[in-house]
Design a binder for this molecule. Structure first.
Ligand code: AMP
Ligand code: GLY
Length: 420
């Protein structure tokens, strides 16, 4: 079978790579893909933007593609799934209505209230003065969120009232004219990616992401500087609670709104000091870099899971199987990211890292005259799988040492919360 993956990041390289491990998948197309998917065997990039729905639909027909998997939130929130489904194309991802769980924070909060899902207390505002008054009443720390998609830049965790008041005008969403103000939660963050066919939902292995640019979790937020799976502190008992108290009720609330959700429901959770999971946000897609550690541990062929969702027979799918051990991913970024950085630097050492046993997922790279060069902020995700967490950390950092490009930056403390 042939599969088409929409997107160009580390997540999409990981999806394409995992699909190609399956005995059922012979060939993968990526639209538009990156330097990693351009150079992987049995994989081909198509020069199509993720918003080019007609071009993607034509490529599906021309190449007899059996399944489309959508990586990023932008085409989902623009309705790529609605468009392709109308043409009877099998596509994994939620419809535009379902994608609102990520594209509108106020809508997601409504769903959570309806479903009685534990989350931070919040209020939605359309008026800056009313929002600022509310902040003066409840005080800081407090969290201000733009309502719409903001590529990771729509959240300000304010430690003082003045900072929160300044955040209001900055974040009042230009499109929706809304913002969400919520209670500041403490604890440890966990990402639970779950697959659903709109009727049943199954969590994948939990992952933890390092969002900040600096070591010790300091500095600006990024798309994610590293991740690991599973998470030592997330017990089976906690996963059961997450499924029963968060994932299932949310799916029920989506059903009540007549939303036919066949894709990933990604719960970004805060596990409070008393062990209670609370939702920080929902995403409508696979997480990145979480996907780069969750998928290498998957033992069930990925296409079987995705097709079971698309064909609404997830309940009949045998239990999802996992490899023993741990996976750790370290992101190599362009110096200056998440602010200003340069592109076009030649990358050396990828083959050496692979020879050491690592998996090198490309994110912001491209193939230019037979050479892989940098083409984005997050450049590579270097992943190691080992029998245990500490071994995975040791081998990922050995492999990272092989890789070089001008002004390469990476965090040296991925996994610091648990490593010994
Ligand atoms: P989001 O885009 O909603 O995931 O927010 C980005 C980051 O801001 C999260 O990963 C958290 O680190 C932080 N954050 C968001 N909401 C809260 C909250 N209510 N309490 C504490 N931290 C938060
Ligand atoms: N790693 C965070 C995200 O995918 O949104």
């Amino acid at each position: 079978m042939k599969v088409l993956v929409v997107g160009s990041g580390g997540r999409e390289h990981a999806l394409a790579w995992t699909l190609l491990q399956s005995p059922n998948v012979g060939y993968v197309f990526c639209a538009p893909g990156n330097g990693g998917t351009a150079t992987m065997a049995n994989c081909q990039n198509l020069p199509l933007a993720v918003e080019d729905f007609a071009g993607i639909a034509n490529a599906v027909t021309e190449n007899q593609v059996a399944l489309v998997v959508v990586g990023p939130e932008v085409p989902l929130s623009l309705g790529i799934v609605d468009y392709l489904r109308k043409q009877n194309i099998a596509v994994f991802g939620p419809t535009k209505a379902g994608a609102q769980i990520e594209s509108s924070k106020s809508w997601a909060k409504e769903i959570m209230t309806q479903a009685n899902v534990p989350t931070a207390k919040s209020a939605t505002f359309t008026d800056a003065t009313a929002a600022q008054e509310y902040i003066r009443t409840v005080g800081a720390p407090i969290v201000i969120k733009a309502d719409g998609l903001a590529a990771g830049k729509g959240v300000i965790v304010a430690t003082t009232v003045n900072e929160a008041i300044a955040a209001v005008t900055k974040l009042l969403d230009g499109n929706s004219g809304k913002l969400v103000i919520e209670e500041f939660l403490t604890g440890s963050e966990v990402s639970v990616l779950a697959v659903t066919d709109g009727k049943t939902i199954r969590p994948l292995a939990p992952a933890q992401d390092h969002k900040r640019i600096g070591e010790g979790d300091t500095g600006n937020n990024t798309g994610g500087m590293g991740a690991y799976s599973p998470v030592p502190s997330v017990t089976d008992q906690l996963m059961t609670k997450i499924k029963q108290e968060i994932l299932q009720p949310t799916l029920e609330a989506l059903k009540q709104k007549n939303i036919d959700y066949r894709g990933v429901l990604y719960a970004g959770l805060m596990i409070t000091p008393t062990g209670e999971p609370k939702v920080i946000e929902f995403n409508c897609r696979f997480g990145d870099p979480e996907t780069q550690v969750v998928l290498p541990l998957l033992d069930t062929p990925l296409d079987e899971i995705l097709l079971a969702c698309v064909e609404q027979r997830l309940e009949q799918l045998p239990p999802i199987k996992w490899k023993a051990g741990s996976a750790v991913c370290v992101v190599a970024a362009s110096g200056g990211y998440p602010d200003v950085y340069e592109k076009g630097k030649a990358i050396a050492g990828i083959q050496e890292a692979i020879a050491q046993g690592a998996i090198v997922f490309h994110a912001g790279t491209k193939l230019s005259q037979e050479q892989i060069i940098t083409d984005g902020g997050r450049v590579l995700g270097i992943t190691a799988v080992a029998d245990d967490f500490n071994q995975a950390i040791a081998s990922v950092y050995d492999a990272v040492k092989s890789i070089q490009f001008e002004k390469m930056y990476y965090r040296r403390d991925i996994g610091h919360r648990y490593s010994q």
